[in-house]
Design a binder for this molecule. Sequence first.
Ligand code: PEP
Ligand code: MN
Length: 300
Amino acid sequence: MEPTCSPAPKPQAKAPAYKLTSRVTHPQNSLIPLGSFVIGGPEFIIMAGPCSVEADPQMLGTAWDVKVAGAHIIRGGAFKPRSSPYSFQGLAEEGLKKLASARELTGLAIVTEVMDSTDVDLVSSYADILQVGARNAQNFSLLKRLGQLNKPILLKRGLMNTVEEFLCSAEYILAGGNPNVILCERGIRTFETSTRNTLDLSSVLAIKEKSHLPVIVDPSHASGKAHYVAPLSKAALAVGADGLMIEVHCDPANALCDGEESLNPEQFKELMLTLKDLAPHFGRQISTIANHNPQLAENA
Ligand code: PEP
Ligand code: MN
């Protein structure tokens, strides 16, 4: 009798590493509404403020300055991921309260970092956007927890993450049920030492090709040098980013964190004027005011 062969097994399709994040499943750009504006559309979104929330009057003063210059969102860290445990670690809830006061004063939304899953409820009770820092970009339990929220998440690219890995991190949040993810290219570790990190502007193109999520650029942490921030911001606009995150401090020389890469309010104002002029050349706009506080909006 002829030997019979059992049928060959069908080749297994390889599971995609990310799918909800992919442009294949969602061809249109994702739009993330926040107050009176939308992230991911023609508006070029500017998030600006100090690295860390410090003692008064630093946060309110800087928040007011960035609002007057035309920023959409105020940034400031209350929980700081510092390389040394002896460096300033942030003001924790006291810092979140100062951010809430800055929102009340300016009408602008606030973005601030959450470092630990156990702080998600606390940070979420103050923040309009929760930031995941580069050092936590592959903290999968934190990402899963953030997937349970509805609020926008600003996800920074990990220090050593490929674009593929970055999109997989975003997928953890989307897979949990939260579609409101904003990606942030903030430079990666390379052999180059002349800048703090190497700003990978090509990643904006790669992300836009592979994903529908909005992507912003952080030229402050990417370069580590205040005088590189304006040229890199213009380059980010030109390459197609949806906005910027910029560190601004009322007194950079005395900042408790990242003063060397922080613009002073005057430098920030000048940059905003340039960006407002340039934006229409790249199909973008920066509107005069984006008021996040409904009470202020009513009185405007
Ligand atoms: C920050 O934005 O405050 C920060 C710590 O940035 P990164 O996580 O990109 O280093
Ligand atoms: Mn910083």
